[in-house]
Design a protein. Structure first.
Ligand SMILES: C[S@@+](CC[C@H](N)C(=O)[O-])C[C@H]1O[C@@H](n2cnc3c(N)ncnc32)[C@H](O)[C@@H]1O
Length: 266
């Protein structure tokens, strides 16, 4: 696997779909973001006003702006120039004070230029699974954070949602009662090469997803000196009305589609 080639292709694909993504997320994120991603990240972050936060792989800035509005001093980066420009435009229009930068999360030296021991916290929301190599990000994070700093992430749940699950809907009529069953079927968990995923309904330019088992993902963080001190597995509590697909995650309420965690330096 050529990391640089995959990453360059990823940048090109994200640039091409940045406008779609910006419209999908809007100012404060889509329903997935608002119901699962953001609440779990904010709960783990325990943000205090005035803290210095770095948002890694910020996309159009849906989480970034939320952090700024909660009183954080926010720096955010993404490797897609188009995405960063869209995020800047939204923050400018809303009057949010965010320092957006064009940085690649596979480039440790570029991230370190932000300033060692500068940040109280780093957030990385729904981005780890899009990066072909996460070691540089964890290595940089361990130096960018203040000694008591925390790294809060959310990512597609490695056990259920980053390994091409097959979604099943079964209907049973038994004893005069009709029941619906929603389940997921998996073919691989331990060894799963990068696969192109279609992303959100209607998303152009499918990009690679990098599945990592729990031990692989967390092992990369542990190797950089982090320990895991909190974990959340948010799932939908109610069905999303008017969802674009009849098999969306809000029907699979026994399965958390995302995993959110808090890492601290050991
Ligand atoms: C699924 S979006 C998530 C965006 C945002 N954090 C959110 O929660 O809405 C993933 C983002 O990661 C960015 N990304 C992917 N690979 C990256 C890399 N190597 N360096 C920096 N950003 C990257 C993409 O450009 C995209 O904006």
């Amino acid at each position: 696997m050529d990391i640089k080639q995959l990453n360059d292709e990823g940048r090109e694909l994200w640039n091409r779909k940045a406008r779609f993504w910006d419209e999908l997320q809007g100012d404060s994120g889509n329903v997935f973001h608002r119901r699962l991603v953001e609440p779990s990240v904010l709960q783990l972050l325990e943000l205090r006003a005035g803290e210095s936060v770095l948002d890694a792989g910020c996309g159009n800035g849906a989480l970034t702006r939320r952090l700024a509005r909660a009183g954080a001093v926010v720096t955010a980066f993404d490797f897609s120039a188009v995405m960063i420009e869209l995020a800047r435009e939204r923050s400018r229009a809303a009057g949010d004070n965010v320092d957006y930068q064009l940085i690649d999360a596979t480039d440790e030296a570029a991230m370190l230029q932000l300033g060692e021991r500068r940040f109280d916290a780093i957030t990385c929301s729904m981005t780890l699974m899009d990066i072909p190599a996460v070691d540089p990000l964890f290595a940089a994070a361990s130096q960018l954070l203040k000694p008591a700093g925390r790294f809060v992430f959310s990512t597609m749940h490695p056990a259920f949602n980053s390994n091409n699950p097959i979604f099943l809907h079964e209907k049973e009529d038994r004893d005069g009662v009709v029941r619906d069953y929603f389940s997921v079927k998996l073919r691989a968990y331990l060894d799963m090469p990068p696969v192109k995923g279609s992303g959100a309904p209607g998303e152009p330019t499918p990009h690679y997803y990098y599945h990592r088992s729990l031990s692989e993902l967390l092992g990369a963080a542990f190797a950089a000196g982090f320990v895991l001190d909190a974990l959340l597995e948010p799932a939908f509590e109610a069905e999303v009305k008017d969802s674009a697909t009849s098999l969306d995650w809000s029907r699979f309420r026994q399965f958390p589609p995302i995993l959110s965690g808090r890492l601290r330096l050991s």
